[in-house]
Ligand binder design. Structure first.
Ligand SMILES: [Zn+2]
Length: 77
């Protein structure tokens, strides 16, 4: 999954720390672990994206599903 090493926000280029679900897992829990339904973000872009799409700005209480594990992959590049 080499495409997942950096944030998907155009012009950002930071290492991936968070993964966003393109189809909400509330609606499509079966796609929770499907790569095609995941989009890589750095933490700051993911917070912005989540605030926009889910209507809360702080990100307080939000636990990124894959945080940490993908960051380790990026460190080896
Ligand atoms: Zn970013």
């Amino acid at each position: 999954m080499l495409a997942f090493l950096t944030c998907s926000t155009e012009g950002c280029g930071k290492p991936t720390t968070d993964v966003d679900h393109i189809q909400s897992i509330r609606e499509r829990s079966d796609l929770r672990l499907v790569w095609a339904n995941l989009r890589p973000f750095c933490h700051s872009c993911h917070s912005r994206h989540t605030a926009r799409t889910q209507g809360f700005a702080s990100g307080r209480g939000y636990e990124p599903t894959f945080r940490g594990s993908l960051g380790t992959v990026g460190a080896n590049a």
